[in-house]
Design a protein around this ligand. Structure first.
Ligand SMILES: [Zn+2]
Length: 131
């Protein structure tokens, strides 16, 4: 069943909350590292600004300590774009709709539970040293 408008709104709110929380963390770290230029940029640009990618800006900055956030930010920004484009919550592997409960738990989920488990099994297998 496709997501209802209310469900989509809930998920968008959750993504915005995660995005804002991440940016807050990044801003604190940049301030602590005295990267004031970037901290100021983050402070000035609205977190829900659709035409500005914080992930890209941070990646350009290439600060090791914020690198780990960039991946998460990209995931969140990509999810928000999928909502905007109207194909949010569709598994990128099999094309079925991802459960709302799963999306609420992992709003950036790109796969349905079945495909995700399959993928994780694959990765677990790959990380096993081959004798
Ligand atoms: Zn799937």
């Amino acid at each position: 069943m496709a997501l209802t408008r209310t469900q989509t709104k809930k998920l968008r709110d959750e993504l915005n909350r995660l995005h804002a929380a991440l940016l807050e963390e990044v801003r604190d770290e940049l301030e602590a590292s005295e990267n004031e230029q970037m901290a100021e940029l983050l402070g000035r640009t609205p977190a829900d600004s659709a035409d500005f990618s914080f992930a890209d800006a941070l990646a350009d900055l290439n600060v090791a300590m914020v690198d780990r956030h960039v991946h998460q930010l990209r995931d969140i920004e990509a999810a928000r774009q999928r909502i905007g484009a109207g194909h949010f919550g569709i598994c990128i592997d099999c094309g079925t709709e991802v459960d709302f409960d799963r999306l609420m738990a992992y709003p950036t989920a790109k796969r349905c539970l079945r495909c995700q488990q399959q993928r994780e099994r694959l990765y677990a297998h790959e990380s096993t040293p081959k004798m």
